[in-house]
Design a protein around this ligand. Structure first.
Ligand code: G4P
Length: 280
């Protein structure tokens, strides 16, 4: 199946991002911990050159804890400051403020040498659609006050949320467009539900997912549905349909319904904590 997908508004989003990046010191980049590479656009490295960088492994509650550790180390090796977070529950969020200070130490030091003290760090949240940007901003900013940008140096109309005396957050996140370098990237985005299911043939998606799970987490599927692995993914989907009673009139297996169940179970974590990408 061809998972290519590129909504037109992404070009506009990129322009907005280029404008906003000029205003900030720090980029807080959200990636999906289940697919840390496929859920980011490496162009952010160029766009954000010269800015401090924090990478948040969001939805870490759905990802494999051992893999979260490995990915944290990998991103740190790339020069980023990294945290595992669960924006929905708020786990990990409290550790961000101290990390901001650490990530921006050079800027703070530069300011101090110029006699500027207590100028808050300005940050922007970026990430691909559905990675959790809004959930994160709500969780991180909580009841913090939003103030309109009417002071010098702040473009008119921009809203800044002051989190504390050291940190201001742009209230609108930057939307990154996924990068479809290869079909695998599109496929993984479809697995986590970041591609409109309406353009996807669910039975094919399910077979692709089964192929990957057989390789990486074989027990997750057999334990959940009480089935044994079959040679072909389509046969396995049939087993799941049988085990879940997805049977239409005339004893025909309803593979579409079985595929929906599998996708839903994976996306909501009912198959367990699963990471689909390994560190390079
Ligand atoms: P976006 O702004 O980047 O587009 O993403 P958004 O915050 O809208 O989040 C997309 C979905 O991901 C939401 O689920 C949200 O609840 C969920 N989410 C965000 N962060 C986390 C996380 O750390 N862990 C988990 N498990 N889920 C997270 P939804 O189903 O679209 O909405 P809802 O059912 O939660 O209301």
């Amino acid at each position: 199946m061809n998972y290519q997908w590129y909504p037109g508004h992404m070009t506009k989003a990129k322009r907005m991002m280029q404008e906003n990046i000029k205003l900030i010191d720090l980029i807080i980049e959200l990636v999906d911990a289940r697919i840390p590479l496929s859920s980011r656009n490496p162009d952010i490295d160029g766009l954000g050159a010269g800015k401090s960088r924090i990478v948040l492994l969001n939805k870490s509650d759905l990802a494999d804890p051992a893999q979260n550790k490995l990915w944290k180390g990998w991103f740190e090796g790339q020069g980023a400051h990294v945290l595992e977070v669960d924006s929905r529950s708020g786990a990990g969020i409290r550790a961000i403020s101290p990390l901001v200070q650490e990530a921006c130490r050079e800027k703070i030091e530069r300011d101090r040498k110029r006699g500027i003290v207590n100028r808050p760090v300005r940050a922007m949240v970026v990430g691909i659609p559905n990675v959790g940007k809004s959930t994160f901003i709500n969780s991180f900013a909580g009841k913090a006050c939003a103030k309109t940008g009417n002071k010098p140096g702040v473009t008119k109309g921009k809203q800044w949320i002051c989190l504390n005396k050291n940190l201001e957050l742009l209230d609108t996140p930057g939307i990154l467009w996924p990068k479809f370098e290869d079909d695998e990237v599109g496929m993984r985005l479809a697995f986590i539900g970041s591609i409109n299911d309406e353009i996807i043939i669910m039975e094919e998606l399910a077979c692709d997912l089964l192929r990957v799970l057989k390789d990486l987490y074989p027990d997750a599927v057999t334990d959940r549905y009480g089935v044994t692995w079959q040679e072909e993914p389509a046969e396995m989907l049939g087993e799941i349909a049988r085990s879940r009673g997805c049977i239409r009139k005339g004893e025909v297996l309803d593979l579409k319904r079985a595929a929906d169940i599998l996708a839903d179970d994976f996306r909501s974590g009912r198959l367990g904590r699963i990471t689909l990408e390994r560190v390079p």
